[in-house]
Design a protein around this ligand. Structure first.
Ligand code: ADP
Length: 647
């Protein structure tokens, strides 16, 4: 029977370790994939989030710089300061635009980015307006200063005009009063009174013009610094009233010398209240500009506030994106770790399962069972069970072993048969030898008896007849023994008297011992000893050993044969010793092999020891040999003692 090998051990192990290797490769691929993913996440953090974070941080810095600088621009005291602040602001705005441009690359937050962009644009435009506004305010301020300076000159001119006129009137009045005092005539007095009255009227009008002129200068000067439009309007109305009064008073003194210059001086003063040089208009525009400036500043504040919020949102978003990326990376690491651990664990488990279940339990287990079967067969148990498991090389080996066992059993049976025949041949020769001699003696004794009877020598004849009787007894014993040997051996072991079997075997070869003139030494215990065996087969073994000993001693100078029985608690040892040729060391290990013989063709088959060995094994005993070339040999048989047999 042949077991068809489906996949051999090599194939299975190859598959198994291939699977383990595949799992390891899978673990590596998983690791690689997750590391790549991790790398991507980190790249994303590095390439997108960090620059985005940096940009928004820089935006935030520029934003906060603008927050502080816008009011400073609004409050710039002069053009150079304004210019310096504006340059700084422009730089901030340019940087903000640049960061914004760079943020264009970041498309993930388009909505907020767009509003940020719009806000920066609006902020820039507002700041430009604010700058323009400040520029105008400064211009108004310088214009005001210039006009005020000119007003001061004009007011000085006015005083230069009005004061001499007052002095002239005072002089006229004084002269007229002096003339009145010296000229007491009525006509002259009447005239001088008229002069005095006119002079006094003129003086009154001039004094009023002087006061109103100064008032006009004061009102115009105040207008340049009035805080609101209402006050400006009220002051202008008041100025128009004073102007009307001055115009009326000028009409009253229109004939006074110097009046033209005075009128011109007053017109010069009034030119600062209307038209191009109007301090009112200037102040009005300045207030308007200031108002616009406040609006712009307020708008700037709002924009900066919105910018701050947007940037904060932006920072928050960048942070949350970075955090999400970090979380993703961590999750990636966790997943990768778990998967790798699972794969490595699975591959380890798989490897352990292969080693434990397949190699350990299946392969090694089957090899151990096969080994035990081999041991049993080697120990001679040819019925040993040989389990055929698995369709691989071990299964095929088991089948081969089974075939070997069966063939061995057949061969052994044949060998036993051949051994038996050989032993029978030997026995027959021995029996023939044993019977021929007594038969010859019988023939001679019978002849002698007849002669003695014929010679009437009765007592001698009786003696001879008794010899015949003893001889026939001995022959009967020999034949009996032959019958016993021919009986089929049973497989059941029984208590066997070991000393008796030894004696029987010896007696069968007695003639040969005597022919070879061999001295025999028996060393037996005094009592009977029983062992577990089969008497006939044990005798067969002993005949073989004794025969070999006789063969080995043939033609040798020292011919001593010894048989010793040693008794232990549980076992009995039988030592068969000769002083024959001995066995060469090289041959010693082969003597129990079937067909090993050193004898001539026709003298030995080489089966005796091998059959004997197996018989002793059947008795659950053992057999060993010790030998020295040219000195002698000792065979030792060990058998179980029947318990209590020595009592
Ligand atoms: P055979 O006697 O037919 O050769 P055996 O199996 O009985 O077969 O013996 C095998 C061989 O063992 C013998 O040929 C012999 O060489 C050797 N042998 C056995 N017994 C002795 C012994 N007592 N002394 C020397 N050689 C021995």
């Amino acid at each position: 029977m042949e077991v068809p090998v489906r996949i051999g051990i090599r194939g299975r192990l190859f598959l198994a370790f291939g699977a383990v290797a595949a799992m390891t490769v899978a673990a590596s691929i998983i690791g690689w994939v997750f590391y790549t993913r991790l790398g991507d996440s980190l790249n994303q953090v590095v390439e997108t989030n960090i620059p985005a974070m940096t940009l928004v941080t820089e935006l935030a810095e520029e934003g906060s710089a603008i927050i502080g600088m816008a009011p400073a621009l609004a409050a710039a005291p002069n053009e150079s300061e304004r210019d310096r602040i504006w340059k700084e602001l422009s730089r901030n705005l340019t940087l903000m635009s640049k960061f914004n441009e760079e943020l264009d690359n970041d498309v993930r937050d388009t909505a907020s980015h767009e509003s940020l962009k719009d806000l920066v644009a609006a902020l820039s435009s507002n700041l430009r307006d604010l700058d323009e506004n400040v520029r105008r305010k400064l211009w108004y301020s310088s214009q005001k200063e210039e006009l005020m300076e000119r007003l001061r000159w004009v007011s000085a001119d006015f005083l230069d005009e009005v004061e001499p006129m007052l002095d002239d009137i005072k002089f006229i009045i004084d002269i007229t009063l002096e003339q009145n005092a010296s000229n007491t005539g009525s006509i002259r007095i009447g005239r001088s009174e008229i002069i005095l009255k006119r002079a006094s009227d003129n003086q009154q009008a001039l004094l009023r013009i002087n006061a109103d002129g100064n008032l006009l200068i004061g009102l115009i000067g105040r207008a340049a610094n009035l805080a609101d439009f209402d006050s400006l309007r009220a002051t202008e109305l008041y100025l128009r009233e004073v102007q009307t009064r001055v115009t009326d008073n000028l009409k009253n003194i229109k004939e006074m010398p110097g009046i033209i210059s005075l009128r011109q001086a007053i017109e010069d003063i009034l030119s600062f209240s209307e038209g191009e040089k109007s301090l009112f208009g200037l102040r009005h525009d300045e207030l308007e500009t200031q108002k616009n400036g406040s609006v712009l500043l307020e708008r700037n504040r709002e924009q900066v506030h919105n910018l701050g919020s947007l940037i904060a949102a932006r920072v928050q978003l960048a942070r949350s994106i970075a955090k999400a990326a970090t979380n993703k990376s961590q999750q990636s690491i966790r997943q990768g770790k778990a998967l790798m651990l699972a794969t490595v664990g699975a591959s380890l488990l798989f490897a352990v399962l292969i080693v434990w279940l397949y190699v350990g339990r299946n392969m090694v287990g089957r090899i151990i069972r096969l080994n035990s079967s081999m041991h049993s067969i080697a120990d001679g148990d040819l019925k040993a069970n040989v389990p055929v498991e698995g369709r691989d090389e071990i299964g095929a080996m088991a089948v081969s072993l089974r075939t070997f066992r069966d063939k061995l059993a057949d061969t052994q049976a044949e060998l036993v048969q051949a051994g038996k025949l050989a032993a029978l041949g030997q026995l027959s020769a021995g029996v023939a030898h044993e019977l021929n001699q007594p038969l010859a003696a019988l023939r001679s004794y019978a002849h002698n008896s007849r002669r003695l009877i014929e010679m009437n020598q009765g007592p001698e004849a009786i003696q001879t007849l008794e010899k015949i009787s003893r001889l026939t007894e001995r022959m009967g014993g020999t034949i009996n023994h032959l019958r016993t040997l021919a009986r089929r051996s049973s497989s059941d072991l029984e208590p066997v008297d070991v000393k008796a079997v030894c004696e029987d075997a010896m007696s069968l070869l007695d003639i040969r011992f005597r022919d070879e003139d061999i001295s025999i030494t028996r060393t037996f215990p005094g009592h009977d000893i029983f062992i577990q065996a089969e008497a006939i087969r044990l005798e067969q073994v002993l005949i073989n050993l004794f025969g070999n000993a006789i063969d080995a001693m043939t033609g040798r100078s020292r011919r001593e044969f010894g048989i010793e029985i040693i008794e232990n608690t549980k076992r009995v040892e039988m030592l068969i010793t000769d002083t024959g040729s001995g066995i060469a060391d090289d041959n010693l290990e082969h003597v129990f092999d079937p067909f090993f013989t050193t004898k001539q063709v026709g003298e030995g088959l080489g089966l005796g020891l091998s059959i004997s060995y197996n018989i002793i094994k059947d008795f659950k005993g053992s057999m060993r040999v010790k030998s020295k070339e040219d000195t002698g040999t000792t065979f030792t048989i060990v058998l179980d003692k029947v318990p209590g047999s020595d009592l």
